[in-house]
Design a protein around this ligand. Structure first.
Ligand SMILES: Nc1nc2c(ncn2[C@@H]2O[C@H](COP(=O)(O)OP(=O)(O)OP(=O)(O)O)[C@@H](O)[C@H]2O)c(=O)[nH]1
Ligand SMILES: [Mg+2]
Length: 617
């Protein structure tokens, strides 16, 4: 059992005692990042498959309206709140969600039915309810699929997959997976998103076990391997009403909850904790280096950096902050490349998709197969967009590595070097070693993960703000909503369906034109969204690097000042100074040990970790 919050606070206390407001602020941000961390799970499935009922059963409260006649028409985000509350977001000019108003929970069903509030068309709903499942930062996002899985909303969800931690795919037990369902699942899996399949309504269908087996074989045949959990929200309701534990187990809902917590929420929180520990270690490095330098200056027994050496260090840190520093050039070149790569990828892949669609239309019958064709085109476009967002994230991380390597090289030999090894995977163990000029043995090496160097870089999350969704608190699933808002107004195949009475060749041309226009629109809207994402990566890397360098500059400067001051103090003051610094260094060392054990404990709690069963640490 560890207490990372306590470790962060204790580290901040030392930083405050040493007059390092900059380091205190860094730790406060790290803690904020941890406690605000949200794990997003989006719930998708065909019309009336039982999605909203499942969300309600999982959270244990009626958060989403459920009705035979009423369909979920708005994306609904459900998060934890001590007091139940709800709010709606209005539709902006482009269909994007903008700030709306608070509403009563029992109004929601009517609002969903009407689709507007106070004269504004509704874009989405955010609900807060007290729920132990959600209390760890889980957000469940119930999605509308009015036109089924090929509706613009469902396509938008595919585009937004890079922004969610997992997808809960709901299909009821009445029949085995359909071709569109399997195709949707393949797309989701291809995006690299964690998929959890749920078979709902097993109380209604005595044959559900047989269907479950058939679905398993469909998944295997499609090369997919997601977990498949059978549930009944109805049975779960009965279990709650009658306090019947056997029903509860049979409903599959507790098993699904546990799966979500173990495989989705805990790993996501572990990643955030590791990033926070990396921040703690970074701060301890800064503090320790300065403390050691001061101690050496006061004591004749300890060797430390000379005043000249510290002057050189301070100057080099200052030089590194200048506009002309090499890392800035590296960063701006890298961003330029990234921007071009992403633009190129988007336009090339959409063009290829357009060609393939035209070929399909020329060789087939766009009238008979209109639905299939349109679905194919819109899902293809969704895959391109999702891949491009992922490209930004992946290349952004590569660029972060390159900048960190450059900073490490240019700060080596300074009082505190910014030598950080970054791993590709958040849960990979790696060694984060920071070399104090005055030493630091193996005990000072701590296992941490990516994120530490930049205070938890989240390039994708930056997109939300850039798309213009800084609607604080009203919209709780900003990123996915942003994408849904942009994509949800794009439709393919509608105009076509209304007037198909011409000769086949004319129909073909019309369909090709329509696909062309659709893909053009996707290109225009997402080129901008992707540019914004790249800019957000640039800002985060630049700010992260300059903040680290400013800390370094401040550390070298205070070591220098302390060293200069030491020459002027008398023996008694020296002795008491050394004593105080020794105590502070001991506290730093203890916090290092604590931080290390916290990382170990976090890693060992992850599913599949060899340490999961061990009690060590
Ligand atoms: N018997 C039974 N009925 C269920 C179960 N889950 C949902 N239903 C019923 O199925 C209907 C649709 O349920 P919803 O939860 O609204 O399904 P949905 O997928 O959210 O529907 P849309 O959002 O409108 O597409 C409702 O009448 C529910 O009462 C279940 O586990 N057992
Ligand atoms: Mg629903």
């Amino acid at each position: 059992m560890t207490d990372l919050r306590g470790t962060i606070r204790a580290t901040a206390d030392i930083a405050a005692r040493r007059g390092r407001a900059d380091l205190v602020e860094r730790l406060e941000r790290a803690q904020q990042h941890r406690s605000d961390g949200t794990t997003r799970v989006v719930v998708v499935g065909d019309f009336k498959s039982g999605k909203s009922s499942l969300v309600n059963a999982l959270v244990g409260v009626t958060a989403c309206p459920v009705d035979d006649d009423l369909a979920t028409a708005l994306i609904t985000s459900v998060r934890h709140a001590a007091e139940p509350h709800a709010s709606v977001a209005y539709k902006g000019e482009q269909g994007e969600p903008v700030a709306g108003a608070a509403v009563a929970l029992d109004e929601l069903a009517d609002l969903v039915d009407q689709g507007h509030h106070a004269g504004h068309a509704l874009a989405s709903i955010a609900v807060g309810v007290p729920s132990p499942l959600l209390a760890g930062g889980l957000e469940l996002i119930d999605t509308p699929v009015l036109g089924g899985l090929d509706s613009p909303e469902a396509v938008a969800t595919l585009m937004g997959l890079p922004f969610v931690d997992a997808l809960l795919f709901v299909s009821d037990a009445s029949q085995e997976y359909t071709a569109p369902e399997l195709s949707y699942l393949r797309h989701a899996a291809a995006a690299g998103t964690e998929v959890v399949c749920v078979m709902s309504k097993i109380d209604l269908h005595p044959e559900w076990r047989r269907i479950l087996e058939i679905d398993r074989s469909h998944l295997r045949a499609a090369g997919l391997d997601p977990p498949l959990v059978a549930t009944s929200s109805r049975l779960h309701d009965l279990a709650v009403t009658y306090g019947n534990d056997a029903y509860a187990v049979e409903s599959g809902v507790p098993a699904l909850r546990e799966h979500l917590v173990t495989n989705v929420v805990i790993p996501a929180n572990a990643g955030r904790d590791q990033a926070a520990v990396a921040e703690v270690v970074g701060v301890l490095d800064q503090l320790e280096s300065v403390l050691r330098a001061e101690q050496a200056a006061l004591s004749t027994d300890i060797n430390g950096p000379s005043v000249d050496e510290l002057r050189v260090s301070t100057q080099r840190a200052t030089d590194l902050l200048a506009e002309s520093a090499r890392w800035r050039q590296l960063l701006s070149d890298g961003i330029e490349d990234l921007r071009n790569d992403v633009r190129h990828e988007l336009s090339l892949r959409l063009r290829e998709l357009g060609h393939a669609a035209a070929e399909m239309v020329d060789n087939g019958d766009p009238v008979a197969l209109e639905q299939e064709y349109s679905t194919w085109v819109s899902r293809g476009a969704a895959a391109v967009v999702s891949d491009c967002f992922q490209l930004v994230a992946r290349k952004g991380e590569e660029l972060a590595d390159a900048v960190v390597a450059e900073l490490a090289a240019s700060t080596s030999g300074l009082l505190v070097s910014l030598e950080v090894a970054l791993a590709a995977e958040p849960t990979d163990q790696l060694s984060f070693t920071s070399h104090s000029a005055s030493g630091g043995d193996d005990e000072d090496k701590v296992l941490v993960a990516i994120g530490g160097a930049w205070g938890g870089m989240e390039p994708l999350l930056g997109v939300a703000g850039m798309i213009g969704l800084g609607v604080g608190g009203v919209v709780a699933a900003p990123v996915l909503l942003a994408v849904a808002g942009v994509a949800g107004v794009l439709t393919v195949g509608r105009a076509f369906r209304q007037e198909r009475r011409k000769a086949l060749s004319a129909e073909r041309q019309r369909v090709k034109d329509e696909y062309h226009d659709y893909l053009d629109e996707v290109q225009v809207r997402f080129a901008k969204a992707l540019d914004d994402a790249v800019r957000s990566v640039q800002r985060q890397l630049r700010d992260g690097a300059s903040t680290r360098l400013a800390e370094l500059q401040r550390s070298t400067r205070s070591a220098l000042e302390a060293t200069e001051r030491a020459a002027t103090v008398d023996d008694a003051a020296r002795a008491s100074g050394v004593l105080e610094l020794t105590r502070e260094l001991e506290a730093v060392a203890a916090l290092r040990v604590q931080a290390r054990s916290e990382v170990r404990a976090t890693l060992q709690a992850l599913p599949g970790s060899p340490g999961e069963r061990s009690t060590d640490g």
